[in-house]
Design a protein around this ligand. Structure first.
Ligand code: NOJ
Length: 559
C-alpha cells in the first residue's frame, strides 16, 4: 500500500453557519473561522473541511448553490476567503472545500435560464421530463419528503430534484455542463485549495429511463435510489473528472456516497482506478433506522456496528482507502447516539474516539465532537431550522403520527443536533455570537465548552489531542492491517492492527457495566508491550482485565 499525506492526516469539519460569528449577526462567518485557527492547530488538525460557503439562498444551508464562484454575503467576501486560505496555509494546515455538483440552487443563473423555455441554451443543464397522465414523470420521492419532481409552468413539464425543490439536479449527460463544472473546479484548485469533499457524488449518473421505484405497499412516492445511486455512467464521469482536473493537482478527495457498498468503494477509491481517494459510506449511520427509514428509529446493536465497520476495513485492506467518521452536519451527536451523554459523557466520548481513530483510514472530527457536544432536545418544532426535519414533521403529522412520537424521533435523529452553535465558553450564547443566533445554543454549554475543556487536563479535548499525536508518531496507526477480535461479544469492540513486527490491541467497552476481558494475544511473543492510551488509570498489565464502564485501552507490542 502506497503512503500518502491524506492517509496520514486528520480532518476537522467546520459547518460555518454554526462555528463562530465575528460580526454578531447571529450567523457564523469566515472571519470567525480565522479567529479559531490557532485552536484547531493546537488540537493537531491537518486538514479543514469547510461545508459550503458559496452564494446560496440557503434553502438547505448552502448545499443549494446559486453561484459556485462567489462567497455567501452572510459568511463574508472572497477577500475573507483568500485570507482564510492564507492563514490556514501559514499554520501548515490544508483546506478542503465542499463541492455540491449533483444539483445547484434553482436561483443559479443556469436554472433561471433553463426553466424559461425548451429552446433555451441552458435547457439541458438540468433534467426535464413531461408529466405522465397529469402526474409527475415517476413515483420517486425526494430526500426531503414529497415528489422528486416539480412542475414548471413556463415549459409545462417537470424537473428532477432529489433534494428540495430549490435544488434541481444537474444533467451530467450534458458534455457542456460537465466542462463548465470541471473549469469551475480548476478555478478553485488554482486558487490553492488542497482538497474536495463531493456531495452525494454517487448520484450524478441517473438511469435516463427514469423507471418507477418498486412500490409493493402502493405508496404515493417511494425511493428511486436503485436508479440513481452508483448509476450507469458514474465511473466514467469520475474518471473523466480525474483526468481533466484532479490528476493535475496534489489534491485530497472524498466522495459522499449514500448507499455505496465496500465493493463499490474499491472501484471508487482503488489505487489504479483514478477516481477518488476515499468515500463516506452510510452503513454505520443507518444502523438505527427501521424499515420506515430515518425517522423510524430502532435500537442498534454493537455486534452489527462491529460487523459493518469491520467489513469496510477488510474489503479496503489491499486496495482503496477508508474514511472514518462518527459525526458530520447531517448526523446526531455520537456521544448521544452510541455513547452515554450524561454520567459517562467524558468516558464514552473518549472511548468512541479511540475506537474510531485507531482503525485504518483517515479520521474526520466534526466541530464540537472534540469537546463531547451532545444532541439537543428543543421542546417545540418552531425551534428547529433544518429543512429535512421541518418537512418530515409536516409529513408525519399528515400521516397521523402523534406529535410526541415525532418529537422523540427528531430528538434522536434531527440534523439540527449537529448544527447548534459551537460551544466556546460560558458567556451568552456560548461565546458563539453576541447577537441572536440563527439556531439556539444547546443549554448545556455552561458545562460543555471549549474554555473548560482546555483548562481541564482530563478533558475530551486533551484526549483527542493525544490520539492525534499518537497517529503522527506511530505508522502502524495509519498503515497497519485491521483484524477484529471477539466478533460475537455484545459489549466489547476489540481489534488489532499489525504492521511488520508491531501490533496494536484496541479494547473498548461500549456499556455502562464492568466487563471482563482476557487478552487473546500471547504477550510472551513480544519483546515489549505498553499501554499507549486509556480513558481510565490503567497499567501495562493486560492478561485478565475488568473493564470499567466505557473503558478503552490501546496497547502497543513490538518484537
Ligand atoms: C448531503 C449533505 O451533506 C446534506 O447536508 C445536504 O442536505 C444534501 N447532501 C444535499 O446537498
Amino acid at each position: 500500500m502506497n503512503k500518502a499525506w491524506w492517509k496520514e492526516s486528520v480532518v476537522y469539519q467546520i459547518y460555518p453557519r454554526s462555528f463562530n460569528d465575528s460580526n454578531n449577526d447571529g450567523i457564523g462567518d469566515i472571519l470567525g473561522i480565522i479567529e479559531k485557527l490557532d485552536y484547531l492547530k493546537d488540537l493537531g488538525i491537518d486538514v479543514i473541511w469547510l461545508s459550503p460557503v458559496y452564494e446560496s439562498p440557503n434553502d438547505d444551508n448552502g448545499y443549494d448553490i446559486s453561484n459556485y464562484q462567489a462567497i455567501m454575503a452572510e459568511f463574508g467576501t472572497m477577500a475573507d476567503w483568500n485570507q482564510l486560505l492564507k492563514e490556514i496555509h501559514r499554520r501548515d494546515m490544508k483546506l478542503m472545500m465542499d463541492l455540491v455538483i449533483n444539483h445547484s440552487s434553482d436561483e443559479h443563473s443556469w436554472f433561471v435560464e433553463s426553466r424559461k423555455s425548451k429552446e433555451n441554451a441552458y435547457r439541458d443543464y438540468y433534467i426535464w421530463r413531461p408529466g405522465k397522465d397529469g402526474y409527475e414523470p415517476n413515483n420517486w420521492e425526494s430526500a426531503f419528503s414529497g415528489s422528486a419532481w416539480q412542475y414548471n409552468k413556463e415549459t409545462d413539464d417537470y424537473f428532477l430534484h432529489l433534494f428540495s425543490k430549490k435544488q434541481p439536479d444537474l444533467n451530467w449527460e450534458n458534455t457542456t455542463l460537465r466542462k463548465e463544472i470541471y473549469s469551475m473546479i480548476t478555478w478553485w484548485l488554482d486558487k490553492g485549495v488542497d482538497g474536495l469533499r463531493m456531495d452525494v457524488i454517487n448520484f450524478i449518473s441517473k438511469d435516463t429511463n427514469f423507471p418507477d421505484g418498486e412500490n409493493p405497499e402502493g405508496k404515493k412516492y417511494v425511493s428511486g435510489a436503485k436508479y440513481f445511486m452508483n448509476g450507469p455512467k458514474i465511473h466514467d464521469y469520475l474518471q473523466e473528472m480525474n483526468k481533466n482536473v484532479l490528476s493535475k493537482y496534489d489534491v485530497m478527495t472524498v466522495g459522499e456516497m449514500p448507499g455505496a457498498t465496500p465493493e463499490e468503494a474499491v472501484l471508487y477509491t482503488g489505487e489504479r482506478r483514478d477516481e477518488l481517494n476515499m468515500v463516506f459510506h452510510f452503513e454505520h449511520m443507518d444502523i438505527d433506522s427501521g424499515f420506515g427509514g430515518k425517522w423510524d428509529v430502532k435500537p442498534w446493536s454493537l455486534i452489527t456496528l462491529k460487523e459493518i465497520l469491520s467489513k469496510w476495513q477488510y474489503k479496503l485492506e489491499h486496495d482503496g482507502w477508508n474514511s472514518l467518521y462518527w459525526n458530520n452536519h447531517d448526523q446526531p451527536r455520537v456521544v448521544s447516539r452510541f455513547g452515554h451523554d450524561d454520567e459517562y459523557r467524558n468516558k464514552s466520548a473518549k472511548m468512541l474516539a479511540t475506537t474510531l481513530h485507531m482503525m485504518k483510514g483517515t479520521p474526520y472530527i466534526y466541530q464540537g465532537e472534540e469537546i463531547g457536544m451532545t444532541n439537543v432536545r428543543f421542546s417545540t418544532i418552531s425551534k428547529y431550522r433544518d429543512i429535512e426535519t421541518l418537512n418530515a414533521y409536516k409529513e408525519k403529522v399528515t400521516e397521523g403520527w402523534p406529535v410526541d412520537k415525532i418529537m422523540q424521533a427528531i430528538h434522536i435523529k434531527s440534523r439540527d443536533n449537529a448544527r447548534t452553535p459551537m460551544q466556546w465558553d460560558t458567556t451568552t450564547n456560548a461565546g458563539f455570537t453576541e447577537g441572536e443566533p440563527w439556531i439556539q445554543v444547546n443549554p448545556n454549554y455552561t458545562d460543555i465548552n471549549v474554555k473548560q475543556a482546555i483548562q481541564d487536563s482530563n478533558s475530551i479535548f486533551h484526549y483527542y489531542k493525544q490520539l492525534i499525536q499518537l497517529r503522527k508518531k506511530y505508522d502502524i496507526i495509519v498503515y497497519g492491517a485491521y483484524d477484529l477480535l471477539l466478533e460475537d461479544n455484545q459489549d466489547i469492540f476489540a481489534y488489532t492492527r499489525q504492521l511488520g513486527s508491531e501490533k496494536l490491541l484496541i479494547i473498548s467497552n461500549f456499556t455502562e457495566k464492568q466487563v471482563a476481558f482476557s487478552t487473546p494475544i500471547d504477550v510472551k511473543l513480544y519483546r515489549t508491550h505498553k499501554l499507549l492510551i486509556s480513558n481510565y488509570e490503567a497499567t501495562d498489565e493486560l492478561e485478565d482485565i475488568s473493564l470499567q464502564p466505557y473503558e478503552t485501552r490501546v496497547y502497543y507490542f513490538s518484537k
